[in-house]
Design a protein around this ligand. Structure first.
Ligand code: P53
Length: 483
């Protein structure tokens, strides 16, 4: 029996993507390389062992420039959105989407970082995409930087601690706001700002000796500069009162493995450092006490400059956006771990996981929404949610992806429950309406789309687009709100 869900009339239903996972065309029209385009595809024997594809030396990165080893670098090719954006945007519109989340490749706009003028061809590509969205009646949500750090950052030996990098970033962000504020209402300065720093288990006492921990601790200094840069983007956005700037955090709901207070406390500590710390700085504009204590105990230097605290306080984000794919468990002892990509989480015997070890938990989304609304009282937006599955086209040129229909329907149901609980959730962009190159494992095989793209892991195929069963289901859901 179909079940009708309730959503506010103006709820923003949409789809999310990122430049480095869709565009391709990595070396045309003046674009230079980004670091992500220098990471080769590695066939994984065990799909849950994502780290195996990430062991790269600096030499590997340098060798990729002229591809000495003849490897395949998937993010150079994406899904060919650069050439097919018109068709894709039309398909998004026909699916019933009202908002399209995308990002800008920094290397298309400032190929060398400090170029005197922005690259005109790069700017006009995005203008064309926005024009197309406008023509199709799609609102745009724009991520200014979605993980794709330009290679010139590495060449110049810059980190976020260097003023030169935040100056370049701010010049880039301001240019985009000046040029495109008429097209883009929702702005996200950084994608998943927490992923680079806090890799969950690293904060359990057991893993606190050793190099990785040191690396993570010292990256809090870099992160502070990103927080400040983000606040400056918010400050600048006030020039255009019709636009809104939000934060973007990779969220996972986490449960204590049992009711042993030791594990409950450990879970709270993990939640603090994995997520709430970030929201606290970006929404409340202050570093929470537990973070300051941790910094003190581990000797973390933030290197705040005069005026930083005031800036963070004065220019918090106007809404919270977050990605939600899974939940996990936490125990004081390591417990059983699933290798859910970069975010390692403990297993939950009540949940099923995807082939990649991501535990599916729609109710965890309702829990998460309530938590965020209770704590922050700013409008919430789910900027990513979806299921990655390895799929092939069947003889009828489609994919019978009932598992995706089930995944989406169950998450939508919990969103509508959260709204009934009183949560101010104003939109949702699914990851992703169309198959893209995976962020974590660089494969095409990990497909999230309602639209199938005919490329394999080595970019072999026609690139043609085919509609999966979920596309028709979603189209109908947009009309009926029935699951
Ligand atoms: P892929 C890990 C955990 C949660 C979200 O990821 C993550 C990651 C990174 O792998 O990233 C977001 O493609 C990210 C998207 C990404 C999507 O999740 O590894 O913002 O770029 O594609 C899904 O399956």
């Amino acid at each position: 029996m179909a079940k009708k869900l309730e959503f506010p009339k103006n709820f923003l239903w949409g789809g999310a993507t990122a430049a480095n996972q869709i565009e391709g065309a990595y070396d045309v029209d003046g674009k230079t390389l980004s670091l992500l385009e220098m990471i080769p595809y590695v066939e994984l024997k065990d799909r849950t062992d994502i780290e195996a594809s990430r062991k790269l030396t600096k030499q590997d990165i340098l060798d990729s420039i002229d591809n000495k080893k003849g490897l395949h670098y998937p993010k150079r090719f994406g899904n060919d959105f650069y050439n097919r954006y018109k068709e894709d945007i039309r398909l998004f519109k026909e699916a019933g989407l009202k908002v399209f989340r995308m990002s800008v490749a920094w290397t298309r706009i400032f190929p060398n970082g400090n170029d005197e003028k922005p690259n005109a061809t790069g700017m006009s590509f995005y203008k064309n995409v926005f024009e197309e969205c406008k023509a199709q009646g799609l609102e745009v949500m724009l991520t200014i930087n979605h993980f794709d750090l330009p290679f010139w950052v590495i060449q110049k030996g810059l980190t976020w601690r260097d003023k030169e990098l935040s100056d370049c970033y701010l010049r880039f962000a301001k240019l985009l706001m000046d040029e495109f504020n008429g097209y883009v209402k929702y702005w996200l300065p950084f994608n998943e700002i927490n992923l680079g720093v806090l890799i969950t288990r690293q904060f359990s006492d057991k893993e606190q000796e050793g190099g990785v921990m040191q690396k993570i601790l010292s990256s809090y200094g870099d992160l502070h500069k990103q927080f400040v840069a983000q606040a400056k983007v918010v400050e600048y956005s006030k020039k255009y009162p019709h636009i809104k700037v939000g934060c973007m955090v990779a969220d996972t709901t986490s449960y204590p493995i049992d009711c042993n207070p030791i594990n409950v406390l450990e879970n709270q500590r993990m939640e603090h450092m994995k997520k709430f710390f970030y929201y606290d700085v970006m929404v409340k504009g202050e570093y929470p006490g537990y973070a300051l204590r941790m910094f003190k105990e581990y000797g973390v230097e933030i290197n705040k400059e005069a005026g930083d605290d005031e800036l963070l306080k004065k220019f918090p984000v106007e809404f919270i956006s977050f990605s939600y794919y899974m939940s996990g468990t936490v125990s004081k002892e390591t417990g059983q771990m699933t290798e859910g990509n970069i975010l390692k989480v403990g297993k939950n015997p009540f949940l099923k996981a995807t082939e990649w070890g991501w535990q599916i938990d729609p109710m965890g989304l309702r829990y998460c929404l309530n938590q965020l609304w209770d704590m922050y009282r700013v409008p919430l937006f789910i900027s990513e949610n979806g299921i990655g599955v390895s799929e092939v086209l069947n003889d009828n040129n489609t994919v019978e992806d009932d598992y995706r229909i089930e995944y989406l329907g169950q998450h939508f149901e919990q969103m509508s429950e959260a709204i009934k609980d009183g949560v101010n959730l104003f939109g949702y962009t699914m990851w992703t309406p169309i198959d893209v190159v995976s962020a974590g494992s660089n494969e095409m095989s990990k497909r999230y789309g309602m639209i199938f793209v005919d490329y394999d892991d080595y970019h072999r195929g026609t690139g043609d687009r085919f509609l999966k069963k979920s596309y028709k289901w979603f189209q109908n859901f947009m009309k009926t709100k029935e699951i």
